[in-house]
Design a protein around this ligand. Sequence first.
Ligand code: FES
Ligand code: FES
Length: 273
Amino acid sequence: MKHLNDADLPVELSADEAALLQQMPQLQGVGKARRSFMINSAAGSVGLFAADLLAQEAALAQMPLADGAAVAPIKAQNVVKVAFQVNGAAQTLELDSRVVLLDALREHLALTGSKKGCDQGQCGACTVLVDGQRVLSCLTLAATLGGREVTTIEGLAKGDQLHPVQAAFIKHDGFQCGYCTPGQICSAVGVLAEAQRGHVSHVTGDVRKTTTRLTDDEIKERMSGNICRCGAYPGIVAAVQEVHSGRQAAQTWGYATDTQTASAHKEDGHATV
Ligand code: FES
Ligand code: FES
């Protein structure tokens, strides 16, 4: 049977629906098609449900808290004690056994230089050194590091003296936003040590020989686990190559002088200094 309405398209009712409609004469005169009726019914139900939830929330909010509930400490589970060195200082932490090194550094030791990018081993932003070898701290359980030596970006400089890789990154404009930079630098320090130990890589021509001389391709391959969204890669490769080879390359950029800055402002139509 067709149930027609001025505002609605014809809708085919099933035999059961038609019989039901016949038994509900009050609906016949309302002038609503089945579609409108169903929509309004659903909206009404949702409205009632939401109102019910709000009323429950309001009632819960007014319930008095149990004695001490607001100040009850959250009990840590699976706690393990880890004693290790971080940047030359002995540290002993009591941690949930599932805590990764990255979180232990950032949240328990306030060493926020190591960055959390992807948190799943894909970007390299969290790279640190463990006993001189680079690791992804977001994939390393802190509980496994008892007795080990961890070095983060904060531990590379000696006082005011930057690590040579840090200085080379500045010289060669190896960073832009800087977010990936701590991981890039720690990774580069690890790469240089790998080269000294003669490690080979996927692009090493003859893997029967040890590799101590890093070409640009070797550096790119070995640093490929560290992603830079700004695309500062040419500067990063130049920085690592300079430290590795010891060949000083000229710096290709410089800060603008005050006169140059003022002149640029004038040309742009901005206020001059
Ligand atoms: S945060 Fe560890 S690899 Fe991305
Ligand atoms: S310098 Fe910005 S992500 Fe690498």
